[in-house]
Each structure stands twice: as C-alpha cells, then as structure tokens.
Design a protein around this ligand. Sequence first.
Ligand SMILES: NC(=O)c1ccc[n+]([C@@H]2O[C@H](COP(=O)([O-])OP(=O)(O)OC[C@H]3O[C@@H](n4cnc5c(N)ncnc54)[C@H](OP(=O)(O)O)[C@@H]3O)[C@@H](O)[C@H]2O)c1
Length: 256
Amino acid sequence: MKIKGCVALVTGANRGIGRGFVRVLLERGASRVYATAREASNLPSVVDLDPSRVTGFVLDIDDGARRRAVAKQTRDTSLLINNAGIAGSEDENQRRFLRAANLDDARQVMETDCFSPIEMCRLYLPNMVKRGKGGVINILSIGALFCLPSHASYCAAKAAQAIMTMGLRADLDGTGVDIAGVYTGGVRTRMSAANTATLISPQTHAQQVFDAFEAGEKHIFAGARASEIRDAILANPGSFEQAQIERFRNPDRAWG
Ligand SMILES: NC(=O)c1ccc[n+]([C@@H]2O[C@H](COP(=O)([O-])OP(=O)(O)OC[C@H]3O[C@@H](n4cnc5c(N)ncnc54)[C@H](OP(=O)(O)O)[C@@H]3O)[C@@H](O)[C@H]2O)c1
C-alpha cells in the first residue's frame, strides 16, 4: 500500500521511533495521523508537528478499555503502526530469569511487546478487511531472531509477536490487507541510548520501513546492522549465540 493519502495511527508516537514515523508520514503525504501516547502531557509536541493533520489520543496500549475507546474514534485508520514497546525493568536482576524474585517483569514485557500490539491488530483489522485494503506495520526488533542475554524477555516477546504477525498474515490471505513485521536494528532513541554512535535516526528508520512496505516486503530489516545480524545468525546460529553470551559477560562492553 501507499503512504500518500493514508490515515495512520501510531502508538508510542511521542518520542523515539514513533515520533520519527509521524514526521515521515507527514512528509510523505499521509492525509491524517492519529498520534497516540500514554501521557496526555506528551501529546501537544507531536500534534504541533502539523495541527491540521495530526490528532492526539491518550492510549496506554495495555489498557483494553482505552484501546477500544480510541479504536471507536479512529475507525477510518488505514495504516496501523504498532510501535510502542518496553525493554523491561531498569534493574537487570529483574530481567535475568534466575536472579529475578518472580516473573512479573517478563509477564509485563510479554503484555506490552506482544499481546497488546496483537490486540490492536484485532481491533483495527476487521474494518480494513471489510474495506478490502489497508495495512499494519508491527515494530519488532532484530532481537526477535536471537537472545540478548540481558534482555531475554524482550527478545522472547518480540519473537512471539513476530510469529503472531505471521499468523495474522495467513488469516489475511486474499483480503487485500498487508501486514509486515519490522526487525529493527539500532536506532538512536532513549531505549538504545547506550550505543548512540553507530545508530541511525528515527526518521531514517521510518524512511527505510516505508520504502520496504510500499515495495510489498513482509519481513523488513531496517536500522543499523539489522541485515548483517540476520545474515550472521543464518550462517551459524550456535556460534552467534555463544558470541552473545561472551559479549554480555562484561556488561560495560556489551553494546560496543
Ligand atoms: N531503538 C532501537 O534501537 C530499537 C531496536 C529494535 C526495536 N525497537 C522497538 O522500537 C519501538 C520504539 O522504541 P524506541 O526505541 O523509540 O524507544 P523509546 O524511545 O523508549 O520509546 C518507546 C515508546 O513506547 C511508549 N510506550 C511504552 N509502553 C507503552 C504502553 N504501555 N502504552 C503506550 N505507549 C507505550 C513510550 O511511551 P512513554 O514516553 O510514555 O514511556 C514511548 O513513546 C519499540 O517497540 C522497540 O522495542 C527499538
């Protein structure tokens, strides 16, 4: 599908990759952008990018009642971009399965990074199917293809979302509605702050994603080193995994 003329909804649009999507949607001629953020105070700065085309909504994607209320007001969405996501607890001990007091952090990451975006798809896709056109872009991570030892829940949630995206694609076969998963590599945002030098900007990432989506790609590799990492995993999964374990033995060097 084409970005020009679309009505797009972006989750987590207030900063980082989500804000980059809003900017590039506007540049590429989207007719309307529904920018959603979980804090109302974060909306004005994104609506101000173009108040005539951007409408803000408060949406915590984990809140089912809010999801349904926002969906009712944005029924004409033709492109859903599931971008909002979390990396897990700031306390690394809570992200390590054998050190954590319980699996609460892992469950929260699964909710936000897997079930909530799929619930969003379930709300928006039926209208697109009725119209016989539309699209969904699910922002996964290149981490959906391997385990970053310090972020195993995050990688597991993104991997689960990747497979669920494929399940939805099978259900959408022949409907005229496209769904793509984006295996995002490094993008300069708050989430990736530890490794800024080698990363690309959120706008460049959005351009790469839209170019690929408009070309009909279903598995999109965008952001720094995404394709390179994919190729290294495919070449030798065992040695790639061992290299990650060694890399994360020293957390200070892990992101270098
Ligand atoms: N940056 C990278 O290198 C990279 C690599 C691979 C994948 N990704 C993926 O790209 C997406 C965006 O990440 P980012 O790098 O832009 O990170 P970010 O700067 O941390 O932004 C995350 C966004 O998600 C929002 N969010 C988190 N939980 C939410 C919830 N429950 N409901 C609604 N919004 C929520 C945040 O809202 P608040 O401002 O309210 O916290 C924020 O707008 C994520 O899915 C991430 O996994 C990023």
